[in-house]
Design a protein around this ligand. Structure first.
Ligand SMILES: O=C(O)CCC(=O)C(=O)O
Ligand SMILES: [Fe+2]
Length: 295
């Protein structure tokens, strides 16, 4: 396997695809998802609004709810990441004197995320054949969970239906090569995300630096050791596709024999991105903040 397998949400899945996905969840903790509507929603507004936000003066950004400044985010509690970011729907981000993000940016985030109630959605088993381009992420998300938990993991552990498990945040990452002190460093060191699943949406690009570790190429389990020893696979950002990654919480729930947390990194900026900035959007599912959201 030298690329991640791809899955769609709307079609019936054949056993060969399910078998490939099952293997990918152990080898890489990741797969590609065909999600044209999500990619289009990001391309059609969110990226522009995000770039606009990150151009604002620091005094404004630093007072914005959910913002983390350049190098402020730490990986494994120690390693600063040379990026800026803004997170939405994180319960702990509201602080006195802080201002909400620009309305247009917030609207674009809502447009991809749609936090509306899921009670009106058709039942998941019928939904596969009814998928249409107007349905929101909220709907696709139910189908994604059906695919991962029902078809691939064959799990009956409940992974939705409680406030803690349904908790979801959106994070926008902004990488600006002009701010890198040395060009040799990487944008993001090898790490695992903390939730159940991360859906990562990037601008189309053959090599924007994202790589995932081949977890079968090393005995190491922690992201630091894996990062030093494993072979990494480049994951290009193809059109109409997003990447789905397993987080540490799902690994704990399922056990390592079924799903391993994806160890991923962003190398570069490198030659190609030495002047261009890079924006990525993550939907972080059940990445529960401390304390957990109220029931
Ligand atoms: O920017 C990327 O492609 C990856 C971002 C990431 O790994 C994260 O925010 O956890
Ligand atoms: Fe990550």
């Amino acid at each position: 396997m030298d690329t991640l397998p791809i899955a769609g949400l709307s079609t019936e899945r054949d056993p060969a695809t399910v078998a490939k996905l099952r293997h990918a969840l152990i080898k890489y903790g990741a797969f590609r998802l065909w999600a044209p509507e999500l990619k289009q929603a990001v391309a059609g507004g969110l990226l522009r609004e995000a770039r606009g936000f990150f151009q604002l003066p620091n005094e404004i950004k630093e007072r914005t709810i959910g913002y983390s400044g350049f190098g402020m985010e730490l990986i494994r509690g120690t390693t600063p990441v040379p990026k800026e970011g803004i997170n939405f729907f994180r319960k702990n981000d509201h602080r006195d004197g802080f201002i909400p993000p620009p309305a247009e940016l917030f609207r674009s985030v809502i447009a991809i995320h749609d936090v509306g109630p899921s009670v009106n959605l058709p039942k998941i088993s019928n939904a596969r054949t009814q998928f249409c381009e107007h349905q929101t992420w909220k709907h696709s998300q139910d189908q994604l969970f059906d695919l991962v938990f029902h078809d691939v993991l064959e799990s009956d552990i409940p992974l939705t239906g409680t406030p803690a498990l349904d908790y979801e945040t959106v994070g926008i990452q902004y990488y600006n090569p002009q701010r890198m002190i040395t060009r040799c460093g990487d944008y993001a060191p090898p790490h695992m995300d903390g939730g159940t699943l991360t859906i990562l949406i990037r601008e189309d690009d053959d090599s924007d630096g994202l790589e995932v570790a081949d977890l079968e190429s090393t005995e190491e389990l922690g992201s630091d050791g894996v990062g030093r020893e494993a072979d990494f696979l480049r994951v290009s950002a193809a059109s109409n596709e997003v990447v789905v990654m397993v987080g540490t919480r799902l690994q704990r729930m399922m056990g390592r024999t079924k799903a391993r947390a994806c160890v991923h990194r962003v190398v570069g900026p490198g030659q190609k991105h030495s002047t261009e900035d890079r924006v990525s959007v993550g939907i972080f599912r059940a990445c529960v903040p401390h304390p957990p959201p109220p029931a």
